[in-house]
Design a binder for this molecule. Structure first.
Ligand SMILES: [Zn+2]
Length: 66
């Protein structure tokens, strides 16, 4: 808690949405996190797809997202 989460590839700091997306798409308690850009590359999807996912989860009222 309170610790800065960084991307395991590029070391960019992750915001709450990026962290939430990792939890939703990878694992509830991931050992490593990806930023949006690196997650898109890792999952072989577009960045736009991931932002669309974030909106979807928000609409479902998921508290992992801002
Ligand atoms: Zn990254």
């Amino acid at each position: 808690m309170g610790k800065v989460t960084k991307c395991c590839v590029c070391e960019r700091k992750l915001d709450k949405n990026a962290v939430g997306l990792n939890k939703k798409l990878l694992d509830k308690n991931p050992s490593r996190f990806f930023c949006i850009d690196c997650l898109a590359a890792y999952l072989d999807v577009s960045v736009e797809d991931l932002y669309a996912k974030i909106s979807e989860f928000k609409d479902q009222g998921c508290t992992l997202f801002l």
